[in-house]
Design a protein around this ligand. Structure first.
Ligand SMILES: Cc1cc2nc3c(=O)[nH]c(=O)nc-3n(C[C@H](O)[C@H](O)[C@H](O)COP(=O)(O)OP(=O)(O)OC[C@H]3O[C@@H](n4cnc5c(N)ncnc54)[C@H](O)[C@@H]3O)c2cc1C
Ligand code: FES
Length: 297
């Protein structure tokens, strides 16, 4: 399972539907803030990831699962990187006013991010985007996440648990040390947390399907996924068998995160009609299967 859920890969095979702005299924979208957040902690967790905790009460009060923040990683006196970087809100504590982000170092911005220390200030904008929606009648949810994509799903598990919804989760990664989110799911009270990795073949989609059917059952009220086209395909198949729908969180290169630059469109150059923007229309979309879509009959 090595494909990542790039907008191009997803958009090539499925239709994406924007989730509603508000209504019985969706809380109203919060108004984002520009903050100079104090760094409380920024430490390595495991071999692959770092966890950043920010003192950002306005973001913590407003955040919804699946939303993200744009973090400016240049500090006073530096010109680069000019553009902020999008990061999913891994978790937050509204009472303490803190927001957590878990990240992997992939380039200059995230490398600089590791240099922030407790007491430093970081410019952040958030919470941004349309997050996941929990249908009022949902009693059993399946979460399928791969690699750092799981970080978009953890807060959803916490909210679902508070509502008494049964949560089963698959945590997929290249190798055991790249697994992320398991402890958070368990602390949130997830019923099953199925870890699968490439190194022993357990992340093969057929084996993941068998593990889910064996340990979680075959009826789900809603399926949520992030980080893998193949997990999205599996989610679509399992959801179709239950009459459920799938919500997918996408990643894209983002310049503004606010809907202005149109750099994060899910379409490809040459399309005459613009496809949805990942930052403003997503990052969470409803997956609408087409005859050629992954998981479609
Ligand atoms: C809504 C959203 C939520 C995200 N949440 C998280 C998160 O919780 N934790 C986390 O570690 N990362 C997350 N990302 C990805 C993160 O934004 C990128 O890894 C980061 O911007 C890379 O910055 P950089 O300067 O270190 O790397 P760059 O030097 O900009 O790029 C290094 C490499 O990473 C690739 N890359 C850069 N940005 C992205 C991206 N957005 N998607 C896919 N590949 C990218 C580049 O193509 C290049 O190969 C999220 C992205 C989005 C859009
Ligand atoms: S990142 Fe600018 S419009 Fe989406």
């Amino acid at each position: 399972m090595s494909e990542s859920a790039t907008p191009a890969a997803i958009a090539a095979s499925i239709e994406l539907a924007r989730l509603p702005d508000a209504g019985p299924f969706a809380p109203p979208l919060p108004v984002p803030s520009l903050l100079e957040a104090r760094v409380i902690d920024n430490a390595r967790v495991g071999s692959d990831y770092w966890r950043l905790t920010l003192d950002a009460p306005r973001m913590a009060e407003a955040a919804q699962p699946g939303q993200f923040a744009m973090l400016t990683l240049a500090v006073a006196g530096e010109l680069a990187p000019v553009l902020p970087r999008p990061m999913a809100l891994y978790g937050w504590d509204a009472a303490r006013g803190t927001v957590d982000v878990v990240y992997r170092v992939v380039g200059d911005g995230t490398r600089r991010m590791t240099g922030f220390r407790g007491g430093d200030r970081m410019v952040a904008v958030g919470p941004l985007g349309r997050g996941f929606i929990i249908p009022p009648a949902a009693r059993h949810m399946l979460l399928l996440g791969r690699g750092i994509g799981t970080c978009s799903l953890t807060a959803l598990a916490q909210l679902a648990a508070r509502r008494g919804i049964v949560v089963d989760a698959v945590v997929s990664a290249r190798s055991p040390d790249a697994l992320v989110g398991t402890d958070t799911y368990r602390r949130a009270g997830a019923r099953e947390v199925i870890e699968v990795v490439d190194t022993n073949g357990s992340s093969d989609v057929e084996r993941v399907a068998a593990a889910v059917l064996g340990r979680c059952g075959d009826r789900f009220d809603e399926v949520y996924t992030c980080g893998s086209v193949r997990l999205l395909g599996l989610g679509a198949t399992l959801a179709a068998a239950s009459g459920a729908s799938v919500q997918v969180s996408l990643e894209a290169h983002m310049a503004c995160g606010l809907g202005f630059c149109h750099g994060c469109s899910t379409g490809h150059p040459g399309l005459t009609r613009e496809k949805p923007l990942v930052c403003a229309d997503g990052p969470v979309f409803r997956h609408t299967p087409t005859p050629s879509a992954p998981g479609a009959a």
